[in-house]
Design a protein around this ligand. Structure first.
Ligand code: MG
Length: 370
């Protein structure tokens, strides 16, 4: 449908270090494979998405979340005729810069870095991972990903102003990213909204009656499920409604993006880049449902007493470790200690903590601050 706006493999700006083409894998397929084989990707399994694992074996973690995002983003890319291989590489890398303990970890690192006049941003941290921290090749540092995958990692969820981020100047900050990168943030939002709703019901923080009062579209789908399957259990009726909601979001993203492209008379990949705003979007009705769902999750789930307590608790542990390494850098692993000769200590400590899994951070905390 939007094949004319598809980012063509042959237009790639290529890799930082030249490498011979592979006999049967395209460049974005190779990037996907490099991401899947990276240590940062494997660590996603032990990083919190929203719910911490001890309560149930069924909650999403950041790895299963990433797989869901990839599946949804590829479905949308395929329906629109976009570059599915580029989309997959971007989806699989979209959270690799995430610190332990979800948003609590992100906030705690940002709070500490601000005291040193810096910020913590998981997109920029992901770029540092793929550019510097993964050591897999004798010929270069990092994964040597294509320009478009690095650009998508930087820009998937926001635009950066060139004046504020001169270090990112090579990433065409005045231009929009290709549609493939624009999709990722919305696929992410669709995925976590539906998954968090599912996990919140599993955790007993929400029930279908509450959701239908706040999210009109969900109410409609639940009524349909009740009419079609009157004898099914409430859990299966809920699941039917959730599936229909997810499907409405995905269709809403496909249709909304088509509408925006048509309305903006965008006819080429270069016009996508030059367009004043991003073109990937949900149609108004699913967008409204998404807002209603987000507001409900924020009030009843993310800020619920058990999750808020958990966040305070894990954020405090991360901050205690930050302070400890700032005061006693000798406790850092040798490789990080060496880096501190060239890079400010707070940056080294931040990089070390951001790379940790939840359980590794808890273990270090127990060892060092008994
Ligand atoms: Mg995500």
């Amino acid at each position: 449908m939007l094949a004319r706006l598809r980012f063509p493999n042959e237009r790639s700006r290529g890799r930082r270090y030249w490498q011979a083409p592979h006999p049967y894998r395209g460049d974005y397929q190779r990037d996907r494979d490099r991401i899947i084989h990276s240590r940062a990707f494997r660590r996603l399994e032990h990083k919190t998405q929203v719910f911490t694992v001890p309560d149930s074996d069924h909650f999403r973690n950041r790895l299963t979340h990433t797989i869901e995002v990839s599946q949804i983003a590829r479905t949308v890319a395929k329906a629109l005729g976009l570059n599915e291989e580029l989309v997959e590489a971007l989806a699989l890398s979209h959270d690799i810069g995430h610190p332990p303990f979800g948003h609590a970890g992100e906030e705690a690192l940002d709070t500490e870095m601000r005291k040193h006049g810096r910020r913590f941003d998981h997109n920029l941290h992901a770029l540092r991972i793929v550019e510097h921290f993964e050591h897999r090749y004798p010929a270069f540092e990092g994964l040597n990903l294509t320009f478009e995958v690095r650009e998508g990692i930087v820009k998937h969820s926001r635009d950066y102003r060139p004046a504020e981020f001169p270090e990112l100047s090579e990433y065409l900050l005045d231009e929009r990213p290709p549609l493939e990168a624009q999709l990722i943030d919305l696929a992410d939002e669709i995925t976590y909204n539906c998954a968090d709703l599912d996990d919140a019901v599993e955790a007993g923080l929400l029930d279908a009656a509450r959701v239908r009062k706040e999210v009109e579209l969900f109410d409609r789908f639940l009524s349909q499920a009740e009419a079609e399957f009157p004898d099914a259990s409430a859990a299966l009726q809920f699941n039917e409604a959730l599936r229909a909601l997810l499907s409405a979001f995905v269709s809403g993203l496909i249709e909304g993006t088509l509408d925006a492209v048509e309305h903006g008379r965008v006819t080429s990949m270069d016009a996508v880049r030059a367009h004043p705003e991003r073109l990937a979007r949900l149609q108004p009705r699913p967008a409204e449902a998404s807002r209603q769902l987000r507001a409900l999750l924020s009030r009843e789930v993310y800020n619920s007493p058990p999750l808020a307590a958990e966040r305070r608790h894990s954020g405090a542990k991360l901050i205690e470790l930050f302070h400890l390494f700032m005061e006693r850098p000798a406790q850092l692993p040798a490789a990080y200690g060496r880096q501190a000769q060239d890079v400010p200590l707070h940056q080294v400590v931040c990089d070390y903590l951001a790379g940790m899994t939840d359980k590794f951070l808890l273990r270090r905390h127990q060892e060092l601050i008994p």
